[in-house]
Design a protein around this ligand. Structure first.
Ligand SMILES: [Fe+2]
Ligand SMILES: [Fe+2]
Length: 296
């Protein structure tokens, strides 16, 4: 199988994977999301088929972030988080560079071959750039992304015989987790990963381009359950404080219990979240491992 060079991959920002792969299999199963005909039937399907995971088993490991938490980690602009302790292991986003991702995975004891599900939040290089490693080395991984994602990347996934899940409506990912469905934004459409737990939902965002408040609202529209944690990039890095304070207010109104902003949230906004949430602010960044002990 021909390997695509890094230079080729980074020729464009949204279409990384250029050129066909000689001899690649074409036996992928192209899935939409469930057999649903409307948002409401998609939501009903999720609530019928998902089960709450026990928070005691869940381990969230931030593998890639421009915000540094643990000093021996490699850091670069982007985001990636591993979710363990569910029925399947999930990798949410892959950061910009596979070498940085791989190095951090190794240091944090996450085995790439044990990842069952790859969920990419949106088609920006700092979230999908490291995905090549999984496409090249996995034979049975499921890849979930929004329907509007670049066609070159989707083609790569299919040509490698991997299972591609193109998401528009809310969609089941594993027995304990689901996608919010594709949420529209003029920068990039995006979806977020939601884990249902016995202590409330855990929501992981990539850049939250459609808005972190909107993502929480969408999650609650699906589950009508408490929100234990929102973590990831909130994309308010250029805000001088006014917008962030409104977001904090709305998230508290929505009952978001714990918060772990990083990546594109921005230093000033993170500071505002820290003050507003006090002991329920979780300091995050690359190398951070979040477990049940953080929710006491
Ligand atoms: Fe980002
Ligand atoms: Fe982005």
């Amino acid at each position: 199988m021909k390997r695509i060079s890094r230079r080729e991959v980074l020729k464009t920002t949204s279409h990384f994977f250029v050129g066909a792969i000689a001899g690649a299999g074409l036996n992928s199963v192209l899935q939409g999301c469930a057999d649903t005909s409307s948002d409401q039937s998609a939501i009903d399907d999720i609530m019928k088929k998902t089960e709450m995971a026990d928070i005691k088993n869940i381990k969230l490991t931030v593998l890639y972030d421009n915000v540094l938490y643990k000093k021996e980690m490699a850091t670069y602009w982007g985001f990636s988080c591993a979710v363990q302790g569910l029925d399947k292991n999930i990798l949410f986003d892959t950061g910009m560079y596979e070498n940085t991702l791989m190095s951090n995975m190794l240091k944090l004891g996450i085995d790439p071959s044990k990842i069952d599900e790859l969920v990419i939040s949106h088609d920006h290089p700092d979230h999908v750039g490291g995905a090549m490693m999984f496409l090249e080395n996995s034979s049975d991984i499921n890849v979930s992304l929004v329907k509007s994602f670049g066609s070159s990347f989707k083609k790569e996934v299919k040509e490698r015989g991997l299972n591609l899940r193109e998401i528009d409506q809310p969609c089941l990912i594993t027995k304990n987790s689901f996608s919010t469905g594709e949420m529209k934004n003029f920068t990039k459409n995006e979806h977020a990963l939601v884990i249902r737990t016995n202590k409330g939902s855990i929501i992981i965002t990539g850049c939250a381009h459609p808005g972190v408040v909107e993502i929480v609202e969408q999650t609650k529209k699906i589950t009508n359950e408490d929100v234990l944690l929102v973590m990831g990039g909130f994309h308010i890095m250029n805000d001088l404080g006014t917008k962030t304070k409104k977001i904090v207010h709305r998230l508290k109104d929505l009952g978001v219990n714990f918060i772990a902003p990083s990546h594109c949230t921005g230093g000033e906004a993170i500071e505002i979240f820290s003050k507003a949430y006090g002991p329920k602010f979780i300091n995050s960044g690359v190398g951070r491992i979040i477990t049940a002990n953080d929710f006491i």
